[in-house]
Design a protein around this ligand. Structure first.
Ligand SMILES: [Ca+2]
Ligand SMILES: [Ca+2]
Ligand SMILES: [Ca+2]
Length: 393
């Protein structure tokens, strides 16, 4: 008996080797947490094995043939599967994969929380950019501005509204909590613009330092916010971007573009080349002014091959339908997950081991539950031990 138990534990360690913790929805069940339905409108929502980043399945979403457009997918309303997570964090991450051969001009997602009368329909301001081209990208869903219901509410849903400018196909997995512990802070704009400028040939854009933030005032269209000359920028930026996947920042829409849309891309410029990301984040929508955290996934771009290249710059490209003013603050790099790195400091060591030991037996939602099965036990301990030393030194 004991033998098979340990064998199962060991297999578990290998299966979850790169799983990030604190996953809300993994899309393993047939009903996909309620999102699976078929109303005969040409949309297909199905359990799939493409773009799997946790477990064995993902959720496939296919737009009707030859048509873009918008559709809501409603969650199953299982309060206890959702609310305890949002009580910890209202910032979420979701992996979204576009299969080979697909691309669309634009695509994004609206998000709402929904409960019984008294709570009702609460929709986040603005939309979240989704990947347009083949590959897996992680998107950040910021629901901080939305209230949570009374914990005893009868049902509680997270609804996702998918939109695209042409027929699209996406595979979603690992809806999980954003972990502030994984942030490496790069630009806080405490005293100045930290090297950001508009270059010499651009017109219709100004940058200014306002109250510890970087303010971009654009007349509209596409503009670069350059991160200085080759000797500029943050000294340890290269080391950070080499250990991360996402650039995260707080964006305030001070004055919304009259045409109702604004978005952002990025490029990491180093001796390795101009590494421009193919992911587009939405930053403004409608006539609303609001603040939220956005993320730009830069997987796939050329990164410097050492922590101390001669230069490493983070350039941001903003685009809007007409004049727009935004404030940018707290640009940080979100660390890539290392299996067993419970405290997300980039190294699997005693601190991670001690956290698992101190929380042993806990059934709480905690990073110490490395394999995300809602109990901290020997499987989590073994993952830490098997990966001991990873990322250190
Ligand atoms: Ca899954
Ligand atoms: Ca650690
Ligand atoms: Ca566990």
């Amino acid at each position: 008996m004991k033998h098979t138990h340990w064998l199962r534990v060991l297999l578990g360690v290998f299966l979850v080797a790169s799983a990030p913790a604190q996953i809300i929805y993994s899309f393993e069940t047939e009903d996909l947490h309620g999102y699976a339905d078929n109303e005969g409108d040409g949309w297909q929502v199905f359990r799939a094995q493409i773009g799997v980043t946790h477990g064995e399945y993902s959720m496939g979403v296919r737009w009707p043939e030859n048509a873009g457009g918008f559709r809501w997918l409603f969650g199953d309303g299982n309060r206890d599967a959702l609310l305890p997570y949002l009580q910890i964090s209202k910032k979420l991450l979701l992996d979204a994969t576009v299969p080979q051969g697909r691309s669309v001009p634009w695509t994004n997602m609206s998000v709402s929380l929904n409960g019984p009368p008294g709570y009702g329909w609460n929709q986040a301001n603005g939309s979240v950019g989704l990947p347009r081209q083949a590959g897996t990208r992680t998107v950040l869903i910021d629901l901080e501005a939305l209230p949570l219901p009374d914990p005893n509410v009868e049902w509680f849903q997270l609804n996702l509204g998918f939109n695209a400018g042409a027929s699209h196909e996406l595979y979603l997995d690992s809806l999980r909590l954003y972990q502030p512990a994984c942030e490496m802070m790069a630009f806080t704009f405490d005293n100045d613009l930290q090297g950001f400028n508009i270059g010499t040939n651009q017109v219709g854009i100004t940058l200014s330092w306002v109250d510890g933030k970087m303010r971009a005032t654009s007349t509209g269209g596409f503009k670069w916010l350059f991160n200085g000359n080759e000797d500029g920028s943050v000294p340890n930026l290269a080391a950070m971007v080499r250990r991360g996947d996402l650039v995260v920042m707080d964006v305030t829409v001070v004055s919304a573009p009259p045409a109702g849309w604004g978005n952002m891309i990025m490029a990491i410029n180093s001796p390795a080349g101009w590494g421009q990301s193919d992911y587009t984040a939405e930053i403004a929508q409608g006539q609303n002014t609001f603040t939220r955290t956005i993320a730009l996934d830069y997987r796939g771009v050329e990164l410097p091959d050492s922590d101390t290249p001669s230069f490493c710059l983070l350039n941001l490209g903003i685009n809007s339908g007409g004049s727009m003013i935004i404030d940018i603050d707290n640009i940080r790099i979100y660390r890539r997950a290392i299996a067993g790195d419970v405290n997300c400091d980039g190294c699997v060591d005693d601190a991670d081991l001690l956290t698992v030991l101190f929380e042993f037996g806990s059934t709480a939602i905690t990073p110490a539950d490395v394999n995300n099965d809602r109990v901290v036990d020997d499987a989590d301990l073994l993952t830490v031990l098997f990966n001991f030393g990873q990322g250190c030194g």
